[in-house]
Design a protein around this ligand. Structure first.
Ligand code: FE
Length: 214
């Protein structure tokens, strides 16, 4: 069974930011083409840098938030009640007008984040959104068939696990707090943060086990 939670009525607000992105993307593409033709850049190097920001550098803020929540019950409670303030206390703040909501996975509930209308994403904690997050198939199917989408990411949940799907908006962004993996009692906050992947904070993955991260 799955539920679809609308944080906001998605049709109420202006999504003009996406039009800017289209324009921005066109300009970036034009620049890349000119620089490549002049032999000044290697597109493969650009791809590698973008990949690094999507998967490594960007999501580190979120990983530190999750690791702190795993080790500090008071912080976890604050994160649950007022994610915007708790996250800002670590120095991670979004653009004006964005509010954060942290949704915690439990033994019987798994959370998944999507933006059905465009690509709203928690930039301040996860950096750049992956290409698939912005793609129509993910945006539509995450709501209709979340279990099937998760299976395609290699995440097979028990049939009795409930999946809650959270629809992001320009005003409200979600961060999934995955469950702390077993066998991590001896790890410090920094080591724990290394187990927190970008996908685990979107909900398309789980935190790594200590063995898997070695
Ligand atoms: Fe959006």
């Amino acid at each position: 069974m799955s539920e679809h939670h609308h944080g906001h009525d998605h049709h109420d607000h202006d999504h003009h930011h996406d039009n800017h992105f289209t324009d921005m993307e066109a300009r970036v593409k034009a620049l890349e083409t000119v620089l490549t033709e002049k032999g000044l850049i290697d597109p493969a190097a650009i791809d590698a840098i973008v990949e690094t920001y999507e998967t490594k550098i960007g999501p580190r803020n979120g990983a530190r938030v999750v690791a702190k929540a795993w080790t500090d019950a008071e912080f976890a409670d604050w994160l649950k009640r007022d994610a915007t303030a708790a996250i800002a206390s670590l120095g991670y703040t979004g653009r004006q007008g964005e509010h954060m909501c942290a949704v915690f996975n439990t033994a019987d509930t798994h959370n998944l984040v999507v933006c059905t209308l465009c690509s709203c994403y928690p930039w301040s904690v996860l950096g750049l959104p992956p290409v698939w997050y912005k793609a129509p198939p993910y945006r539509s199917r995450a709501v209709i068939d979340p279990r099937g989408v998760l299976a395609e990411f290699g995440l097979r949940l028990a049939a009795e696990t409930r999946i809650r799907v959270w629809d992001s908006t320009a005003e409200l962004r979600y961060l999934v707090v995955p469950e702390r993996p077993a066998g991590t009692d001896d790890l410090d906050e920094e080591e724990l943060a290394d187990l927190v992947t970008r996908d685990s904070m979107i909900g398309t993955g789980l935190a790594l086990s200590p063995e898997a991260s070695r």
